[in-house]
Write a protein that binds this ligand. Structure first.
Ligand code: ZN
Length: 510
């Protein structure tokens, strides 16, 4: 790892880098001029790190093989290409290498971030060609999407759970818990939250990939709710071994992990749902890595819009909660190679709500306020995407300044951008009040989007003067706009009654 740290330090000096071994990847060359000596060292260090990880991975599988690796970074396209030479092409029986390649992509994104390079897309090539070019049968061309307005059903797949190792049949959780938070046990509660929201707000029938029963699974003696989807589906659909027992001849110890990854989208296909939302928490060897991320499959680029909308919804809802105003939420869905997203014949994304390897994220994941807000964000992002709406944050627009004759009132519009959850409140407070006047703010509740977003401003009898107000909109989920300033001039009607002026009240009518 020392070598990699050196690479990061060099790149942090502002140097971009590129590998000469980029044949067949014509759009990936980095244009920046770099010192050839440093360039060669940096490229070699990254390539060596990837190569070392691959060698260890192959050794774990009982294979001793040296595989050449080339790395090309294109900061302008926020892309890194890792090209493996002959000797490494994980196929269907290896779930296309996802258990190795996805964590590796996460490491490479992190190293790039540390170097000040924002890399969204880490793409793996195998002798110059992407996985889908080697295995087109399992990476079908995108289908014409079903009209989103006809969506009726979703599969919510909350990640992992116990699996049996092969051949010992020892039962293990699938994920590490470096800070004591077990993703396998936590995520079903997030699934419950999302299921309720999808039912209430999106009007969908929601299926679940894992059991929520607390009864014991007979073979393992663990509660059903802690078991992986694979065993739940085996009990539910015993005759459909193709769904939950896709690798019956594999001799690998983690074959049921690989089967479980496939079982969830296989079930989504079996049900024919319109969307599959997989809920996970993320993990990294670096405890500093944190925040919410969403992934779609790179062979289904049309799913990126769903992922982006979900991140937009999560950002708005999470940031609206006190204490979570700066919780990191990635701006864009990341293309990657998860089988969970690939196999489903419907829009499919993975939501990594936060990192179970970061202490602040763990505290958030255990907080019911964060759980509700993050899942409200997922539902909102899905719903806006399904309705063909662009997710945009709730933002107040300008409010007109008005002149109001004493003793009268005027209605003014409180316009906003965004898609708030109704009922919304228009909250007005005073910022400028003439001496001796009583200037009282008010809150107006608007029950539905069919009702005009409007409030009434009034001037007391015989009151002449200028009042300052500011108004913000807050929705049913606690999402707020910034306060918008506006003024009211109370103007004279005829001659003012001076004796009444001091005791008059100017303010907002109900
Ligand atoms: Zn997970």
């Amino acid at each position: 790892m020392n070598g990699l740290k050196l690479a990061v330090a060099v790149v942090a000096c502002g140097l971009a880098f590129s590998s000469p071994a980029s044949d067949g990847v014509s759009d990936l060359q980095t244009a920046e001029a770099v010192d050839p000596g440093i360039y060669a060292e940096v490229a070699a260090l990254l390539q060596r790190e990837v190569g070392a990880q691959l060698t260890r991975h192959l050794q774990d599988q009982g294979r001793l093989r040296q595989v050449t690796v080339s790395v090309v970074v294109n900061p302008h396209k926020r892309r890194m290409i890792v090209d493996f030479g002959p000797g490494y092409l994980p196929g269907n029986d290896q779930n296309y290498g996802e258990l190795f390649l996805i964590p590796l992509a996460g490491d490479l994104r992190r190293y790039a971030d540390q170097a000040g390079l924002e890399i969204l897309d880490v793409q793996f090539l195998f002798q110059g060609r992407p996985m889908e070019a080697h295995f087109p049968e399992d990476h079908p061309a995108p289908r014409a999407p079903k009209s989103r307005s006809t969506h009726t059903q979703a599969l919510v797949s909350a990640s992992h759970g116990y699996i049996a190792l092969h051949p010992s049949r020892a039962w293990k959780f699938q994920r590490p818990a470096p800070l004591g938070l077990q993703e396998d046990v936590l995520s079903p509660a997030y699934g419950d939250e999302l299921q309720g929201l999808l039912e209430q707000r999106s009007g969908l029938a929601v299926h679940r990939a894992r059991s929520r029963s607390t009864d014991l699974h007979p073979e393992s003696s663990h509660p059903w709710e802690q078991m992986s989807s694979r065993y739940h589906l085996k009990a539910l659909l015993p005759e459909r071994a193709d769904i939950w027992n896709a690798l019956p001849n594999s001799t690998e110890s983690n074959r049921e992990v690989k089967e479980d990854i496939r079982a969830r989208p296989n079930y989504a296909n079996h049900l024919g749902v319109d969307v599959m939302l997989s809920l996970h928490t993320n993990g990294s060897d670096a405890s500093s890595v944190r925040g919410a991320e969403v992934y779609h499959h790179r062979a289904k680029p049309e799913d990126k819009a769903l992922g982006d909308s979900i991140l937009c919804g999560m950002k708005e809802l999470i940031h609206a909660q006190p204490g979570y105003e700066s919780f990191p939420v990635r701006a864009e869905s990341v293309p990657d190679g998860h089988g969970e997203n690939r196999i489903g014949r419907m829009p499919s994304v993975i939501v990594e709500t936060a990192y179970h390897s970061n202490p602040e994220d763990v505290a958030a994941l255990l907080d019911p306020v964060f759980r509700t807000a993050s899942m409200k964000g997922v539902e909102k992002g899905y719903r806006l995407w399904a309705q063909g709406k662009t997710c945009e944050p709730l933002a107040g627009q300008s409010i007109v300044d008005v002149d109001i004759p004493s003793g009268e009132s005027r209605e003014v519009d409180v316009a906003f951008a965004g898609h708030p959850q109704f009922p919304i409140s228009l909250v007005t407070s005073n910022t400028l009040c003439p001496p001796g006047w009583g200037c009282n703010g008010r809150t107006v509740v608007i029950d539905s989007p069919d009702q005009p977003s409007r409030m009434k401003l009034s001037c007391g009898r015989n009151s002449v003067g200028t009042l300052g107000w500011e108004t913000h909109v807050v929705d049913a989920d606690g999402v707020k706009t910034q306060p918008v300033p506006h003024t009211v001039r109370c103007v004279a009607v005829g001659s003012p009654d001076v004796s009444a002026l001091a005791r008059n009240v100017a303010g907002l009518a109900q």
